[in-house]
Write a protein that binds this ligand. Sequence first.
Ligand code: CA
Length: 229
Amino acid sequence: MHVLIVEDEIQLLKEVKSYLEKEGFICDEASTGMVASDKLFSNNYDLLLLDLGLPDYDGIDLLKETVANSKNTAVIILSARSAIEDRIKGLNFGADDYLPKPFSLLELKSRIMAVMRRKHGIRANILKVNKLQVDLDKRIVTCEGNPIALTRKEYDILSFLILNKNRVVTRLQISEHIWGDIIEENYNSNYIDVHIKNLRKKLAEYIEGEFLETVRGIGFQFNEFNNPL
Ligand code: CA
């Protein structure tokens, strides 16, 4: 998951970034509204963590920009502004959640997971599909109780495809989500194929059938067995 953290308190920015990276998120940072605006323009983030009080920008304007231009980016506001009007304003302009400072990193992670669940229309951190169970919180995949040994990138790709099951996910989307950049897309593309190949091999030890489909020229699709549609 590719996250942009916008925060001008450098120590807090570093703390949040190092915590989320340990938890498996790909993080970019911006300590001014200008830098944040540039990054939002050139990257496609899954999530924006947004401090409202920035030295050069009103965070609400950045929120409006994000909502208008990047419809798939979820937004959680992080702000010392605890006034109820600011929370209401943020939520009314399209933020998905609001976390007043000071906050605990554990609560931040829970809020992120909740926002991402809502975004993907799921209720729990455990996804079940084709005998597989994905624990999004612990980042573990099991098949009928047996843990499947996946590398970090393999887990990231598989869980991303499963979250978007029965839909084509483009190479570019995978690249942005897993590597956090779109510049070196060809370079990453070869890596995606290698990871998919390894994933197929590992999953074949547990489940029969072709459910990790290559959609030629576009990307990949994880198909749910007995999908009613
Ligand atoms: Ca601030």
